[in-house]
Design a protein around this ligand. Structure first.
Ligand code: G1P
Length: 288
């Protein structure tokens, strides 16, 4: 079995759920405390042992490339001013892991975004990580999935139980529980109405996929609105081989949504050694 080494980060979306903040800046760069959202997910990939990542960008996303690049002027200024702590933090960001970029020229859906990474991934299994989904976990979510993949050899999709009323926001799977955290997937429906949803098990933005998904995506017909859905390609993959759903350990935040982002901000700030204490005091004083 091939080891998973590459992570693909679709980051070309328009961020409409977060307008107007995302009118002129990528949603992936919205800061959670003091790091942009995408950095948390890149660090998750690194912590799980991935060797390199491919970020699929688009128009207006240059800030992402600048963030993971060396900033010569900034480093020089911090060095001259003797701000060594900040200098180290700035340098570390550029050294998290090797990053390559490819552009998605048109916003034609998540499946189409993943397809853009085909040449940079090559003929090996790979991970897909969506930057909206921030998972706070002891063991990185994608790393938990890699362990399952090494054990069972099937493609893996992260799952989470959601309230029935929210099925319209997610891909929803049908399946049977084969282990405490493993579901053998039998069907998938993209964003069904609650009464049509086959379960309350939602697809969360972490996937481990075989390279054949690229040829499937090339043959996948666009849905209404012209978008090529990843879920449609996964359904085709499911007709050819078993796919495991994995109920990960950890807490997931939908940081692409305003309320989810606020929850993540509060909880991440409370966990910080430097901010947690005073921030907790402040919140207590609000007398809600
Ligand atoms: C995408 C997928 C969906 C999945 C979700 C997870 O939707 O199409 O199946 O449940 O990510 O975050 P999006 O949120 O990009 O509309």
């Amino acid at each position: 079995m091939n080891k998973i080494r590459v992570g693909v980060f679709p980051a070309a979306g328009l961020g409409t759920r977060f307008l107007p903040a995302t009118k002129a800046q990528p949603k992936e760069m919205l800061p959670l405390v003091d790091r942009p959202l995408i950095q948390y997910v890149v660090e998750e990939a690194r912590d799980a042992g991935l060797a390199r990542i491919v970020i699929v960008t688009g128009r207006g996303k240059n800030a992402i490339e600048d963030h993971f690049d060396t900033s010569f002027e900034l480093e020089k200024m911090l060095e001259e001013k003797g701000k060594n702590g900040l200098l180290e933090q700035v340098r570390e960001v550029a050294e998290i892991m090797p990053v390559s970029y490819v552009r998605q020229k048109q916003a034609l859906g998540l499946g189409h975004a993943v397809l853009q990474a085909k040449d940079l991934v090559g003929n090996e299994p790979f991970a897909v990580l969506l930057g909206d989904d921030i998972v706070d976990a002891e063991e990185p979510c994608i790393g938990q999935m890699m362990r399952l993949y090494e054990r069972r050899g099937n493609p893996v999709i992260a799952l989470q139980e959601v309230p029935r009323a929210e099925t319209r926001q997610y891909g929803i799977v049908a399946g049977e529980r084969v282990e405490e955290r493993v579901v053998k997937i039998t069907d998938m429906v993209e964003k069904p109405a609650p009464e049509k949803a086959p379960s309350n098990l939602a697809i969360i933005g972490r996937y481990l996929l075989p390279p054949e998904i690229f040829t499937i995506l090339e043959e996948t017909k666009p849905e209404v609105g012209g978008e090529i859905q990843l879920t449609s390609a996964l359904k085709t993959l499911l007709s050819r081989r078993p796919i495991d759903g994995y109920l990960f350990e950890g807490r997931r935040y939908d940081a692409g949504d305003k309320l989810g982002f606020l929850k993540a901000t509060v909880e991440f700030a409370l966990k910080r050694k430097d901010l947690g204490g005073p921030f907790r005091e402040y919140l207590k004083g609000l007398k809600l």
